[in-house]
Write a protein that binds this ligand. Structure first.
Ligand SMILES: Nc1ncnc2c1ncn2[C@@H]1O[C@H](COP(=O)(O)OP(=O)(O)OP(=O)(O)O)[C@@H](O)[C@H]1O
Length: 246
């Protein structure tokens, strides 16, 4: 069974078409890297899959129409640049919102235990009692990952999770994701600007309002697909084509 089937999905913001006729089928257990230029509609796609923006077309998750999917199947790590750091809460409390679906005005001992375990899973137990406003970008990313993993989602959606994370933290992040995927069989969709990371995915989706390429990295990251998506072959992120630096 496909974890995700998207048929002819389109999203408009007023007159502006952010996504047009996107179709793809993601097998269960796949690790999909989503790449594409700024404004390509990558975040919009994840939001549509979460039911956060209205769309035309059809989305099925583990065989069910999106409207009938169990919300507990989904884990989401948003872009942290959209987060208000002044919110007066502890890391542990943010993680627990993933469990409870609301802000935990008082944490039960059970929820506290689970939140601590989720933080430990991403090597961040030491951050549990830190105010969110005092976390670095990379630390906050880890806390968000713990929040997404706490309910053990079958489908994990990550929006540029390595932003603000140093190289060591990035390697750790991919290790935690791999470990989680191994033990749970979850399907992962991750937006990234790191094409080197995309080479380690099972599938790459090259998006630029439409699907430019979808398939194994060596095919989707072909020179032709990348030229079509970006209009040129970039160098700023360290471009790899067919495993070789271009
Ligand atoms: N709520 C909104 N209202 C109007 N336009 C929007 C809204 N959200 C996104 N857009 C527009 O839709 C387009 C796609 O945005 P989106 O954030 O999905 O791109 P992206 O590929 O994730 O970009 P980036 O790599 O810069 O994060 C952009 O032109 C953006 O300005």
């Amino acid at each position: 069974m496909a974890a995700l089937e998207v048929r002819n999905l389109s999203v408009r913001f007023g007159e502006f078409p952010a996504l047009e006729g996107v179709s793809l089928a993601v097998p269960e257990g796949a690790f999909v890297a989503i790449v594409g230029p700024n404004g390509a509609g990558k975040s919009t796609l994840l939001k549509a899959l979460l039911g956060l923006v209205p769309f035309l077309g059809e989305v099925r998750v583990f065989g069910r129409p999106l409207g009938e999917a169990d919300p507990r199947w989904f884990g989401y790590v948003p872009q942290i640049k959209t987060f208000d750091r002044s919110f007066p809460a502890l890391a542990l409390e943010l993680v627990a919102t993933g469990l409870l679906g609301r802000w935990p005005f008082r944490l039960s001992p059970g929820a506290r235990e689970e939140a601590l375990r989720a933080l430990a899973r991403v090597g961040a137990e030491g951050l549990a009692h830190r105010p969110l406003g005092r976390l670095s970008g990379g630390q906050l990313q880890r806390v968000y990952l713990a929040r997404a993993l706490i309910r053990r989602p079958r489908l994990l959606l990550l929006d540029e999770p390595a932003t603000g994370v140093d190289r060591v933290g990035e390697v750790d992040l991919y290790r935690y994701l791999e470990a989680y995927q191994r033990e749970s069989g979850a399907t992962v969709l991750m937006i990234t600007h790191d094409w080197e990371a995309a080479h380690h995915a099972t599938h790459v989706l090259v998006l630029n309002r439409k699907v430019v390429g979808f398939g194994p990295p060596e095919r989707a990251l072909s020179e032709e697909c990348l030229r079509q998506a970006y209009g040129h072959l970039g160098h700023a992120h360290g471009l790899f084509v067919g495993g070789e630096r271009a």
